[in-house]
Design a protein around this ligand. Structure first.
Ligand SMILES: Nc1nc2c(ncn2[C@@H]2O[C@H](COP(=O)(O)OP(=O)(O)OP(=O)(O)O)[C@@H](O)[C@H]2O)c(=O)[nH]1
Ligand SMILES: [Mg+2]
Ligand SMILES: [Zn+2]
Length: 298
């Protein structure tokens, strides 16, 4: 007997496939490993066809073509990419107002990865019950200006969580961000009874302790799926060229080509239209600062 399903979790050689409301533990047919050029022949989010063996274990026979791929540069190997999940259509970057404090640089890195991976970006600013950082208003305005939704939430009080459910409804969304920002706590809020383990935020470093160790998809009561993911320290950008970076900033696009020098990096050059737009308030300063920091890291 064969069934269709979606891979919700991967454990080494085993995969959990969600099919018609049930989870099936599966192995993978050997030839699939060789057929695929990817280092990850089966990833969370893949739509698969499974045959059920008599012992209740399934065998993944076929992986449908991926509609989207969420990947990052693999650690230490700049030519390799690591697939985090497939077939996601939204990427929700989660940051927190405090504990750990808000670092807008990571948001912009995620927005670039979302654009490359063809996922719609959403920004969730969690822990609003702990107060609001000074930069908040500027962030909300800057991202609204380029049509990226910014949701303010508290997984503790539930504030804003209804709005999150509305944005996630009928989509397949991954929550991603630093450790300790409350990705798992938010998912617990959205799916009553799930009770996933949440971690502490260390007092000494003000960082999370990397509680979630796997990417896992959960079906939402409103339809669609949401993926939890392990907190990341840095998000490596795979194959982003310095010269293309400004192109990932929608608010910079209309000024490109107006600089005095062709190939202007918009950093040290005179008569730079981008720097002029920052001074004139037409490009948010924090976005430009993130641009410079990312450029430096490429
Ligand atoms: N005050 C407050 N605390 C929160 C909120 N959301 C989460 N926390 C707390 O923050 C800590 C970390 O939450 P997690 O949900 O484990 O964070 P995470 O982003 O999943 O972290 P990793 O799995 O390590 O990536 C826990 O102690 C939560 O109770 C919130 O909205 N307000
Ligand atoms: Mg977690
Ligand atoms: Zn320039």
């Amino acid at each position: 007997m064969t069934v269709e399903g979606v891979v919700v979790r991967a454990h080494g050689k085993f995969f959990i496939v969600h099919s018609h409301g049930k989870n099936i533990t599966c192995k993978i047919r050997g030839r699939l490993r060789f057929k695929s050029h990817s280092v990850t022949p089966v990833a969370v989010g893949d739509d698969v066809i499974v045959t059920l063996e008599s012992d209740g274990i399934g065998v993944i026979e076929q992986v449908e073509e991926r509609r989207t791929v969420f990947f990052r540069a693999a650690k230490g190997l700049d030519s390799k990419r690591q697939t985090i999940a497939a077939n996601l259509d939204q990427l929700a970057v989660v940051v927190s107002t405090k504990n750990p404090g808000l670092k807008p640089g990571l948001i912009d890195r995620f927005l670039i990865v979302a654009a490359i991976g063809e996922m719609c970006p959403v920004i969730i600013i969690n822990k609003v019950d702990l107060g609001e950082p000074a930069i908040l208003a500027e962030l909300v305005k800057g991202y609204a200006n380029i049509d990226i939704p910014v949701l303010l939430t508290s997984a503790i009080t539930g504030e804003g969580c209804h709005a999150v459910l509305n944005v996630l409804r009928e989509h397949r969304t991954i929550l991603a961000g630093h450790s300790g920002v409350g990705k798992t706590a938010l998912i617990n809020r959205l799916i009553p009874g799930l009770n996933l383990m949440v971690g502490e935020v260390s007092d000494s470093s003000n960082r999370g302790i990397h509680t979630t160790s796997l990417v896992e998809l959960f079906e939402l009561p409103t339809g669609g799926f949401v993926a939890d993911s392990p907190g990341i320290k840095v998000l490596g950008l795979w194959k982003v060229e310095k010269a293309d970076l400004a192109g990932y900033y929608p608010e910079m696009q209309k000024f490109l080509g107006e600089c005095r020098f062709t190939g202007c990096s918009h950093t040290h050059e005179p008569d730079c239209a981008i720097k002029e737009a920052v001074r004139g308030g037409n490009i948010p300063r924090f976005r430009y600062e993130n641009y410079v920091a990312i450029l430096d890291s490429l």
